[in-house]
Design a protein around this ligand. Structure first.
Ligand SMILES: [Zn+2]
Ligand SMILES: [Zn+2]
Length: 224
């Protein structure tokens, strides 16, 4: 579904976003394995001729990366993440424990995670522009969590740095349950919203917020 100038939302367990460029498209986060099908379908019905040039991963949590296997095989995109997140995506290291122990379900989830064999083609650092997107390194949720700002439209794709409510009119703080350091994650969210003046805010969870100026002001007033 087209939701902004050049942005298509692929809903699933999380939000994946396809960005259409002149001659190709890029994807932000893949969702779970089954989301790959919806991503392929969205691409097919809107710009079948354009190649998927890159997949940019905001962070290593399974629900944001698991579709990579299918999409990688089908399109062979360049896979991009922050340098501090790469070990957790390729599984050469385990993510630091979360602040809050969230029990058995998460344990099973992580056993499943350890079976992934993804490759990263390019690592990025804070301030770098990659595929027309500026990288903001904002650790806290995970060590190498990033937000990506489209240099053309100033839309901000923020993964799990903040969430939004169901109506799409308020910004919610990052999840305490899933953060490796909630205090740092909250600070990161404030920093992101102070630094960028986005025309649209595209979180990994919740509804996109178009023209988020008021929502940002309300968030900063409440949390900063
Ligand atoms: Zn996450
Ligand atoms: Zn998430």
């Amino acid at each position: 579904m087209k939701i902004f100038e050049n942005v298509y939302l692929v809903p699933g367990h999380i939000n994946s976003y396809l960005i259409e460029r002149e001659n190709h498209c890029v994807l932000i986060d893949t969702g779970m394995s089954r989301s790959a099908k919806s991503i392929i379908q969205t691409k097919k019905s809107n710009f079948p001729e354009k190649s998927l040039e890159a997949v940019l991963l905001t962070h290593a949590h399974l629900d944001h990366i698991a579709g990579l296997e299918t999409l990688g095989q089908l399109y062979g995109p360049e896979v991009v993440c922050h340098e501090d997140e790469k070990p957790y995506i390729i599984k050469s290291a385990k993510l630091p424990p979360r602040e809050k122990f969230i029990g058995r379900t998460m344990g099973i989830f992580e056993i499943f995670m350890s079976s992934s064999g993804y490759t990263i083609d390019r690592i990025v650092v804070d301030g770098e522009v990659v595929h027309g997107l500026k990288v903001y390194h904002l650790p806290g949720h995970t060590p190498g969590t990033i937000a990506l700002e489209d240099m053309e439209t100033r839309a901000l794709f923020c993964g799990d740095i903040v969430n939004s409510n169901k109506k799409g009119n308020a910004i919610l703080p990052p999840s305490r349950m899933f953060a490796i350091d909630f205090g740092q994650a909250l600070k990161a969210s404030i920093k992101m919203l102070q630094m960028s003046k986005p025309t649209a805010l595209f979180p990994g969870h919740g509804k996109p917020i178009i023209e988020p100026k008021e929502a940002i002001e309300a968030y900063l007033e409440k949390y900063s």
